[in-house]
Ligand binder design. Structure first.
Ligand code: URA
Length: 259
């Protein structure tokens, strides 16, 4: 821009501005900031915020069962713990919790598979046809669930406390989640010997099945002597197997006489 001022006027003006504190010459012409349009606010790019993902809470039923069973210090507390366990779907379809029968002071603890229709109705294990046969088998060696003498009494429970629909086989996950309760049940009753009735009981407590080969041999389960036997329901369907069952009952009697 061509200056309209003479040299001396321009020099005097410059000196006066320096005196006022100006240190830099930026533009050729001054800018009237009061007239200039207000600067547009700078646009700040904001990244879109993804909706927070909530991880589904996964519950491990076996861990929950273990914790619940571990806290039970009596049979009543164990029963309450099972009653309060809601992660096994069998509970929804069952009428009763079938916990146990017989005398907790018994030397023999019988572990069956699961309640059937009669047990579900009455809330006691082995009260249907298979149960009546079991009572007869035990009576043949002077044992019974109602024996006044604790030395001749038995205590009876099942791997599963609720009836599976249509008496179907227990599912492995059902057995896995109820096993901590069965183990605690055995610990609290502390029997001298266990009798494992049928394949499902053997699978749960020995991790093995094949009752035809397992029966008739003492084996260790949870640190206790255990005798696998044919399930009474199997004996009702296969009466010829009663011969082996009788042999196993005599083995049980012999063991108890030794103790
Ligand atoms: N069969 C079982 O295994 N348990 C019962 O309680 C009844 C039948």
């Amino acid at each position: 821009m061509e200056s309209q001022m003479d040299f001396h006027t321009a020099k005097a003006l410059l000196e006066w501005q320096i005196e006022l504190g100006a240190t830099e010459a930026i533009c050729d012409a001054p800018i009237d900031r009061y007239q200039a349009p207000a600067p547009k606010p700078a646009r700040v790019a904001v990244a879109p915020v993804a909706p927070a993902r909530v991880a589904p809470v996964s519950v491990d039923p076996v861990a929950v069962a273990r914790a619940a069973a571990a806290g039970a210090t009596s049979l009543e507390a164990l029963r309450d713990a099972i009653e309060g366990f809601d992660l096994c779907d069998l509970k929804k379809g069952a009428r009763s919790l079938v916990f146990a029968d017989g005398r907790p002071e018994a030397r023999v603890m019988v572990i069956g598979e699961a309640p059937g229709a009669d047990e579900d109705r009455l809330g006691r294990p082995f009260v249907g046809r298979a149960g009546q046969l079991l009572d007869k088998m035990l009576a043949a060696i002077d044992l019974g669930r109602d024996q006044a003498d604790a030395r001749q009494a038995v205590y009876i429970t099942n791997v599963l406390p609720w009836r599976p629909p249509q008496n179907r086989d227990p599912l492995p996950e059902e057995v896995a989640m109820m096993l901590p309760f069965v183990e605690k049940h055995i610990e609290l009753v502390a029997p001298e010997v266990l009798v494992l009735m049928g394949n499902h009981s053997c699978q749960a407590l020995l991790g093995r099945r094949g009752i035809t080969r397992l029966r008739g041999h003492w084996i260790e389960a949870l640190g206790r002597p255990a005798l696998p036997m044919f399930h009474p329901a199997y004996l009702l369907r296969n009466p010829q197997a009663k011969r082996e069952a009788w042999h196993d009952l005599l083995m049980l009697q012999h063991k108890l006489r030794q103790g």
